[in-house]
Structures are given as C-alpha cells and as structure tokens.
Design a binder for this molecule. Structure first.
Ligand code: 13P
Length: 287
C-alpha cells in the first residue's frame, strides 16, 4: 500500500495503550529489515531518517526505497523525518513523499520555537502530513545533534499543554530522562513527570532515545501513555556486530550481499523484538 500518515494508526495505538516502534534507517538493507520485521509481526511501522541520513543517502534515493518497500508491504508504513531543524528540509521531505515530519527547534527560545512549529504545522496539515514537535531537550548524540547533560532539560507539563494548544502539533516528543546513543549506566525515567504530561495533553507522546532502556521501563512508559518509541542505536549495534563477525569468520569475504545480508537479518530480529515489546504484534489486523 502507499505510505500513510502515521496518525491513521497511532491514535488507535494510543487508545489501546500500545506503542508504535519507530526505526531510524540508513540504507536499503535497514529499510528491508524494518519492513520484513513489521510484516512478520503484522504491525504498522514508522520508518525515520535524520537530516544526516538525507545527506548521506540523498533524499530522492532513500524516499524512493521506502516508498517501493511500502507499496509491496502488507502493513501500513509511514515515512518520517526525525529531528529536523531546517524549514527548507521539511518542505523537501514533504515534496518527496514523507507523511510525517519532526520540526525540532527546541533549542530556540520558547516563543520562537512555537512560531516555527506553527509555521510547519500550517503547511503540513494543508497536505495531510503529521507533525511532531519537541519540548524540553533530550540529551545525548544523534548524528550532528548533540545535547550535553547540562543543556538537557525535562519537559514541564504545564508548558507542554500550552505548546500543544498553541502549535496544534499531532505528536509531542518529551524529555523525561532518556538520551540518544548508548547509556553509561541504567537510565531512570521520570515516570511521575510522564503521567503529569499525559494528564495535561491529549496528543500521542513520543519517547526518543529508547535504545538501551530496560524492557520494564519501556513497558511502564507505555502504561503511562507513551505511544511512539524511537529506536536507532539498538539497530546500529547489531548491524555493525554482524558485519564484523562475518569478516572475522571469512576475512576474504567481498560480496556485499553476504555481509550486508547477515547485517539485515540481525536488524530484522531486533525490529521484531521491539515490536513485541511495544505490544504491536497483530495490531495491523485491527486497523
Ligand atoms: P537511540 O539512538 O537512543 O535509539 O534514539 C533514537 C531516537 O530517539 C531517534 O530520534
């Protein structure tokens, strides 16, 4: 089927209390792995690319790969740009068939953040595209976006309500103690803050930096109202490991179909596990 606006399934996921696992992809094999994993679990999926991936792969190439994959796929697929600071890039994504965009101007002063997010929402909603905004600052590093521990700030529930009311965003990314990349110790999420934000706003809430969060904390996040879980690092690590292992076992291997094939299999298994963890198995049957 064609790429769909993720609100078609994320609202229902929210009502049901399950999460939509959303995966960052970088190339053909990661797209295939995510699609195969979602089909095997019969769950709709969000495929995400950062602006760094758009620079690496080319927006026309990566969007064409995802579109082709979605058209052959038996479950709904949405294509989303993750952590985009540039208005121009958002427009290019919309023109290239993205069905959802994240405008991340959380580094700007509050009113400027609101003004930019509103501008994106006005345009995106005219053409049926969903918009994710962020309030608070999620720590860690993702591509060229780096937020150190001193700059990371948690989302304030009352501000979240004001932000959603004034911008009319579809989904809100919140900062409750997660960080992008690998954690040094066990992360401790601020669940009371999550419940207070859930109480204050109606739209689906998003957990970034979900790689490395213990399963019991992911489950608690879902129970308290998170509806989208973003995974990047936990796909990159097994992919790199599978490629290294392949060359350790066969140092003269030179066929990309072999070493990338083993990487794809490793990624697909993580995708399946994350979908199961989020309660998404067979969710496509209910849509
Ligand atoms: P991780 O790299 O921690 O999985 O974070 C992914 C993410 O939040 C993408 O926006």
């Amino acid at each position: 089927m064609s790429l769909v606006n993720p609100m078609e399934f994320i609202k229902k996921a929210q009502q049901k209390g399950i999460g939509i696992a959303s995966f960052n992809v970088h190339n053909l094999e990661t797209v295939q792995a995510v699609i195969e994993g979602a089909e095997a679990e019969k769950c709709p999926v969000i495929i995400q690319t950062t602006p760094g991936t758009l620079n690496h792969a080319g927006i026309e190439y990566i969007s064409a790969i995802v579109r082709a994959a979605a058209e052959k796929c038996s479950v709904p697929v949405a294509l989303h740009v993750d952590h985009c600071k540039s208005f121009e890039t958002i427009i290019q994504c919309i023109r290239n068939g993205y069905t959802s965009v994240m405008i991340d101007t959380a580094h700007l002063p509050y009113d400027e953040n609101i003004a930019m997010v509103k501008k994106v929402v006005e345009i995106a909603h005219c053409v049926g595209i969903a918009v994710e905004g962020e309030l608070g600052r999620i720590g860690g590093t993702e591509d060229d976006l780096s937020v150190d521990e001193r700059t990371a700030t948690f989302t304030v529930p009352a501000e979240a309500k004001d932000f959603v009311d004034r911008t009319d965003i579809d989904m809100l990314a919140i900062a409750i103690g997660t960080a992008h990349g690998e954690y040094k110790g066990e992360p401790r999420l601020d669940f009371e803050r999550l419940s207070a934000i859930r109480e204050a706003v109606d739209c689906p809430l998003i957990l970034h930096g979900a790689s490395g969060i213990p399963d019991y904390q992911i489950k608690e996040s879902l129970r308290r109202g998170i509806s989208k879980i973003n995974i990047a690092t936990e796909l990159k690590i097994p992919m790199a490991y599978a490629i290294k292992k392949c060359f350790e076992e066969k140092p003269n291997e030179n066929d990309p179909r072999n070493y990338m094939g083993s990487a794809k299999n490793a990624v697909r298994e993580v995708v399946r596990r994350k979908i199961r963890l989020c309660g998404g198995t067979n969710f496509a049957d209910e849509l």
